[in-house]
Design a protein around this ligand. Structure first.
Ligand code: HEM
Ligand code: HEM
Length: 554
């Protein structure tokens, strides 16, 4: 035990020193000197002042442009869509196509598996006699199947795919070593598949958020590193000197995730209460230092990109990044408020949870100030609608999180459905919405085809939004009522169960709407990837190959 602890301490020391060197390097190489050009690195010549959304039709784009006219800070520049820039970007997309499409299609498969498992689990809450013939369909097995399929299958995979594409686009450099990512994706898929089958067969570690067999976690570390290699190599060989804030988030997430996974999985080291502490340190860091940075990286790219104007304050965006790095790593223990763990440790996590207001508000103010005066644009840009809704949900879920980590509120909400409502507002309302929006932008570029059925995009947005609102609102009310009943010493425990019944039915309705939205989305993606369906009109900046190149499958 002692050598392992010493090794961990030495490892922590080395990681901190490495972090310090990164900070010193970033200051000395001018990465933190935020001149007015820094937020503009995501634009090519002539793009400032022009909105862009490959998911919208020409008519939508015209409406988007007129919705933004007059309120843009940038006069419409000449030379929109320079052919050489468009060709260069087509080349970036050609290199990124295979790993990004592979990750995306895999993530959609796990999204459907996870959603169906979630729906079955949800129905079992109010119809417990349903599907009881086989142990594989029992709550105890299907719940972790749901959680692991959506967290490691859906969001992690789509997040990595979007990050690969963003890195290449923002750094204006073809992905270096894209094949590593393809092999990494094979391995990651094997991990999720083996993990889910193991859970269905009844093999689980029993550790929340780490239920897959331990060797699967080892696979994730190797696969994640393989998918991260192209990002790090592309950063190294980049054509753009300045590292835009999205790259900070992506680069850091790809360093944090393997560290978290390794530390949480060292066999035999964490025992008893210590294990619970490490478990929740890990679980909230998967959210805070893995999924959140991937979501914010995408939001920081797509919002300004679609509007055709840089982010409101670049200083604020970096404050948000460093604030997240400083405070998020210590919030995990708010999951154990009232548990048999040292009080100072829990108090420290509550303080950090409240301090999270600093990075959260800086992101919220920045996005809001960038959007201000442009909210009409949401009606005309499918990507923007998803991404901005996701960004708003980030503020909402985080402020809610800071409040529910206070002991007085946590006493009511802990062990209730209100926590599950909060969880879905975060992982679904925030991260998944931003990922949906990102894919609406990226996939037409990668496939060189348009979304064939714009109405399906509207249907997806409507179903996802109404689904999560029903889910969140009703389950939150049910959860609070449940908590109050549990605190009422004069009421039998059974009352706290019965009071939730109508709200649990409402959750199933919300979840069914979300699941239907996912099926529609997956179908639409398949049609797009097969390049079938009607070709309506070319989106702006679409790559038009020269006649002699047409045979090359463009
Ligand atoms: C400032 C930011 C946040 C704070 C302070 C916070 C705080 C909390 C607290 C106090 C709990 C409930 C613990 C309990 O009583 O059991 C919780 C649960 C949870 N939060 Fe957050 N939250 C924040 C942001 C987020 C975000 C952005 C996401 C999603 C990306 C998220 C996802 C979750 C999930 C999934 C759970 C449930 C975990 C489980 O029980 O399995 N939270 N959070
Ligand atoms: C991408 C979509 C989804 C994501 C990312 C997601 C994520 C999660 C997470 C993180 C948890 C653990 C919450 C906690 O422990 O507090 C969870 C639990 C759960 N989710 Fe989902 N979910 C998704 C979709 C759905 C859908 C469509 C349904 C259908 C109703 C659903 C129903 C459930 C249920 C019933 C639980 C178990 C709650 C409990 O044990 O009390 N989820 N989900």
């Amino acid at each position: 035990m002692l050598p392992t602890v010493s090794l961990l301490l030495a490892f922590t020391f080395l990681v901190s020193i490495a972090g310090l060197f990164v900070l010193i390097w970033s200051i000395s190489s001018g990465q933190l000197s935020m001149g007015p050009e820094a937020p503009k690195v995501i634009f090519d010549k002539g793009e400032l002042g022009h909105p862009e959304d490959p998911a919208g039709s020409q008519a939508q784009l015209a409406s988007l442009e007129s919705a933004l006219q007059g309120s843009q800070r940038y006069p419409h520049a000449r030379g929109l869509g320079q052919p050489e820039d468009i060709e260069e970007r087509a080349e970036l997309d050609r290199v990124a196509r295979q790993p990004v499409l592979y990750l995306t299609l895999s993530s959609l498969l796990w999204l459907i598996v996870g959603s169906v498992a979630g729906l079955i689990v949800s129905i079992k809450f109010h119809a417990p006699d349903w599907l009881v013939d086989s142990a594989a369909w029992g709550f105890g097995r299907l719940r972790p199947v749901h959680l692991n399929a959506v967290i490691y299958g859906w969001i992690s995979m789509v997040g990595m795919g979007v990050s690969l594409w963003l890195s290449s686009r923002i750094l204006k450099t073809p992905l270096r070593g894209a094949r590593w990512a393809v092999w990494g994706t094979h391995l990651w898929n094997v991990g999720v598949l083996v993990g889910i089958v193991s859970l269905l067969l009844g093999y689980s570690t029993g550790v929340e958020w780490l239920e897959f067999p331990t060797f699967v976690d080892g696979l994730f570390v190797i696969a994640g590193a393989m998918i991260g290699i192209p990002i790090l190599k592309t950063i190294q060989d980049r054509k753009v000197h300045h590292l835009y804030v999205s790259i900070w988030y992506i680069g850091a997430a790809f360093v944090w995730f393997p560290v978290l996974f390794l530390v949480a999985n060292i066999p035999g080291l964490h025992i008893g209460v210590q294990h619970a502490i490490i478990n929740w340190w890990f679980a909230h860091n998967v959210l805070g230092l893995w999924l959140t940075p991937l979501g914010l990286a995408a939001a920081y790219y797509f919002i300004p990109k679609i509007l055709g104007k840089p982010i409101h304050s670049y200083q604020l965006s970096l404050l948000g990044f460093w604030g997240l790095a400083l405070f998020y790593s210590q919030v995990g223990l708010h999951h154990l408020i009232g548990g048999p763990v040292p009080t100072w440790l829990v108090t420290l996590s509550i303080v950090s949870s409240v301090m999270m207001v600093v990075p959260v508000i800086s992101v919220a103010v920045n996005h809001h100030m960038t959007m201000i005066g442009h909210f009409r644009a949401l009606r005309h840009s499918p990507t923007l609608a998803f991404v901005v809704t996701g960004a708003m949900m980030y503020t909402l879920v985080s402020v809610q999180g800071s409040l529910q980590s206070l002991r007085s509120i946590n006493t009511v909400t802990h062990f209730t459905h209100a926590t599950v409502a909060h969880a879905h507002l975060g992982v679904y309302g925030f991260v998944s919405f931003i990922m949906f929006g990102s894919l609406y932008f990226i996939l037409p570029r990668l496939t060189r085809w348009e979304w064939p059925f714009p109405r399906l995009i509207q249907a997806h947005y409507g179903l996802a939004l109404s689904g999560i609102l029903v889910y969140f609102v009703f389950l939150s009310i049910g959860g609070v009522l449940q908590g109050l009943k549990m605190l009422d010493a004069s009421a039998p425990f059974q009352d706290s169960v019965l009071v939730t019944h109508p709200y649990l039915i409402a959750r199933s309705v919300g979840g069914a709407l979300m699941t239907l939205g996912h099926i529609i989305f997956a179908y639409h993606v398949l049609v797009l990837v097969k390049r079938s369906g009607p070709m309506r009109d070319r989106p702006r900046f679409a790559y038009r190959p020269q006649p002699q190149q047409r045979g090359a499958g463009a």
